[in-house]
Every structure is written in structure tokens, then in C-alpha cells.
Design a protein around this ligand. Structure first.
Ligand code: ADP
Length: 406
């Protein structure tokens, strides 16, 4: 079955066309027919990068709305002569927030749509843009079945003691304030991929998965169930990220707000867009640049990397306690997959907890599945590249065929 996967952000649309079937999932032979991204939606000079039919193209044209971007995505294969648009039977939408409503991916009907709309107040920075992609795709591909794959649903298994905040209970009751967790598709995918290596399922292991990209989160997975995760009510909590602050004493934020006379909008922007690696280093949110600058002796770049690594280490320690030991720690995301020095710094000094890296294997591991722990490390450490699009395509197929989500 041909599935179009859409990840619709505020000014970008990432897409992939994936051919999949139950047999292909079993044989791990799903096929990416095309992939692309439309950036700077809303401008006269949007950038469209497409890889289809063995050709890569990069063009620039006016793309004023998500509708136009979805049209580009749906027709890119047609233009490469490979597939007709009406052969697309399913569309998988990445939806960031599903509230407490969704514990797994679902086909979108009016009721589901209403719940996604109700979750907008929980994720005002994400859900509205995800919805724009859905509405445009529904109009463009009315015969296809559309599925919602939520970042939050994997974490709906969190026990109450992990998802409640120490605020008056009424705010959970009335305003739905609690830990939701995000990146669920990625955590679930790498856990699945790890288990596949041994011919088992993720339900056979206790895992700590570290998704370290622009956004970063850690997840404790107890025999297939997410039991804690570092992101919270929004993706702002937890680890230091590219531009997000992660954990910070709320009183410090109130103090800055009062002293600098910031509005709610300004403080949200401060915490989401001007903090993290970028805010601490004053250089960049890009880990590559920070590593380069720190090697040249830039102390602020060093400080940002140190805080980043220390925090991941702290969460690994916490989740080893949560899980009472883990079978493996998995690194994924742009930084987790490609930055050996960061992985080494995170895992340094964890030997008493059973985590010991093999320096040579760690150094060699870049963007491919690879075990990087030493042979005598009680807890294994692996690099496992994530593939959220593939999981979205597979979930969409399962929703359409009525198959269970493993
Ligand atoms: P997103 O969360 O936007 O999908 P990615 O998962 O692609 O982001 O991760 C982006 C991060 O990965 C950036 O900080 C980038 O610098 C970092 N990164 C990518 N390649 C490397 C590398 N070779 N060394 C260090 N960091 C890297």
C-alpha cells in the first residue's frame, strides 16, 4: 500500500511516500519512493527539496499555504512518472498532541478531529500546524484514509506518580495539566528496532532511549511501556535542547519575567527559542558548531555542551532507578546518532551503574545501528537511528487494515 507521511510544522512540510504491507513490515522491506521538504511556507521563496525516482531536485517558488505544500508533496511522484496520485491509499499525519484521549494511532473521523482540535490549547505551537496539513491533505486526497499518529500516545502508559505535577490537583482535573511526554514515535521505534536485532519484541526489555536532536528527550521503557519521560506538559521540560531551556526552576522564570517586564508571549519565546544550547553558548543551537568552537577553546560552547551532557546523564541515572536497572541505553536523533564525543561524555563515570563504552566502537559509530558498549558492560549501549516516518507509515497501514499496533 502506498502511504504518504506528512509532518506539518509552522512553516515547513516534511513528507515521504512509503510503500508498505504486512509482509514488507515482517521482512523489513518497506520502500521509500519519495521524500522531501517544503520550507519557508508562507513566503514567495519557499524552498522545495525532493528526492524521487532516483533524482534529487531543489527549487524555489511561491508557496503561500500548507495547501500548496501538500499539493507539491502529493504530486511529486506523479511528476517522476512513478505513481499516480490516486494510488495513494493512506496518509499518515504526525500530530504532536493527543491529550489523554489517544493511546495509539487512529484513523481520523469527525470525533477524532474534534479531540485533536480540543488538544490545541495544550499544544498551541504544534497542533494547529499539524491540522492545517491534515485539512489540506483531506481535500487533496479525499479517497485516501487518513490516520493520526501522536507524539504523546506512547506515553499514555505513564503511571500517575510519574505524570502528576506537584501543583494543586484541581489544575490536573480542570486544565489537564500533567506530564504528557513527546517524541513517542521515535522512542517506540528505536525500542522496536533494538528488540528486532535479537528477534524479540520491545516487551522483552527494559530500555532507556535517548532522543537527542534539536528537541531532546529521554524515556524509560519497562517491557514495552513508557513509564517515564523527560518532556512534560509541553516539549519544554527536561533536557537542554537546541533552543529550549529544559528543566528550570519556575521561580527563576518568574524572577526574570518580573525584572525584565516580559509578557507571556515574550517569556514563552525566551524559553522555547532563545535558551538551550543556543542561549547558553551565545553561538548556535547546532551541536556540530559547538563541538568545533569548544575544541578551539571557546568556554561558553564548552559550558553548553557540559550542561547538555550532564543533564542526559542525570536522567539516565534517574531512569536506571525507575526501571531498577536496564538492559540497554539507546542513542538516537541527530546528536545521539552522530556525536561520539557527546555520547562518551554522557556515559563517562557510569561504570558503577553497569554502563561502560568501548571507546573505539563509540568513535566509529555514526548514523548506523551499532553497539558501542564494551563486551563486559552489564547494560548495553547502542546507537539506533530513528525513523519516525517509517513508523507513521506502518501505523497508518495497520489502522487501515485494522491490525493491532505492536
Ligand atoms: P530534528 O530534531 O530537527 O529532527 P536532528 O535529529 O536532525 O534534528 O538533530 C539535529 C542536531 O544534530 C543538531 O544539533 C546537529 O548539530 C546535530 N548533529 C548532526 N550531525 C552531527 C554530527 N556529525 N556531530 C554532532 N552533532 C550533529
Amino acid at each position: 500500500m502506498e502511504i504518504l507521511v506528512l509532518n506539518s510544522g509552522s512553516s515547513s512540510l516534511k513528507f515521504q511516500l512509503i510503500e508498505t504491507s504486512p509482509e514488507q513490515i515482517e521482512a523489513d522491506s518497506d520502500r521509500v519512493r519519495a521524500r522531501g521538504v517544503v520550507e519557508k511556507i508562507g513566503s514567495g521563496e519557499a524552498i522545495i527539496s525532493i528526492e524521487a525516482g532516483g533524482k534529487k531536485t531543489k527549487t524555489s517558488e511561491e508557496v503561500l499555504e500548507h495547501r500548496d505544500a501538500v499539493h507539491i508533496a502529493a504530486s511529486c511522484l506523479q511528476s517522476s512518472g512513478d505513481l499516480e496520485q490516486d494510488q495513494i491509499e493512506g496518509v499518515g499525519h504526525r500530530i504532536v498532541h493527543g491529550g489523554e484521549q489517544f493511546t495509539q494511532s487512529v484513523l481520523i473521523d469527525d470525533e477524532v478531529l474534534q479531540h485533536i482540535q480540543e488538544a490545541i490549547e495544550l499544544a498551541p505551537l504544534h497542533n494547529p500546524h499539524n491540522l492545517k496539513g491534515y485539512l489540506a491533505a483531506r481535500e487533496m486526497l479525499p479517497r485516501a484514509k487518513h490516520a493520526a499518529v501522536f507524539d504523546t500516545s506512547f506515553h499514555q502508559t505513564l503511571p500517575r506518580h510519574a505524570f502528576l505535577y506537584g501543583l494543586p490537583y484541581v489544575f490536573y482535573d480542570r486544565l489537564r495539566v500533567r506530564r504528557y511526554g513527546f517524541h513517542g514515535t521515535s522512542h517506540r521505534y528505536v525500542a522496536y528496532r533494538y528488540a528486532r536485532l535479537f528477534g524479540k519484541t520491545r516487551r522483552d526489555y527494559k530500555l532507556i532511549t535517548c532522543h537527542l536532536g534539536n528537541g531532546c528527550s529521554v524515556c524509560a521503557i519497562d517491557h514495552g511501556r513508557s513509564v517515564d519521560t523527560s518532556m512534560g506538559f509541553t516539549p519544554l521540560e527536561g533536557l537542554l535542547m537546541g533552543t529550549r531551556a529544559g528543566d528550570v526552576d519556575p521561580a527563576a522564570v518568574l524572577h526574570v519575567m518580573a525584572k525584565e517586564e516580559l509578557t507571556l508571549h515574550e517569556v514563552s519565546s525566551l524559553l522555547n527559542k532563545h535558551s538551550g544550547l543556543y542561549g547558553l553558548s551565545g553561538i548556535s543551537n547546532d551541536m556540530r558548531q559547538l563541538i568545533e568552537q569548544s575544541e578551539k577553546g571557546n568556554d561558553r560552547a564548552r559550558a553548553a555542551i557540559d550542561v547538555f551532557c550532564y543533564r542526559v546523564k542525570k536522567y539516565i541515572g534517574a531512569y536506571l532507578a525507575t526501571l531498577n536497572g536496564a538492559d540497554a541505553v539507546l542513542f538516537t536523533g541527530g546528536i545521539g546518532e552522530n556525536a561520539p564525543s557527546v555520547r562518551a561524555q554522557i556515559c563517562d563515570g557510569l561504570d558503577s551503574l553497569g554502563i561502560v563504552l568501548d571507546p573505539a566502537k563509540n568513535k566509529a559509530a555514526q548514523g548506523e545501528i551499532c553497539r558501542i558498549s564494551s563486551d563486559d558492560s552489564a547494560c548495553q549501549v547502542w546507537v539506533i537511528p530513528t525513523n519516525e516516518e517509517l513508523l507513521i507509515a506502518r501505523d497508518t497501514l495497520r489502522c487501515i487494515l485494522g491490525l493491532p499496533h505492536p
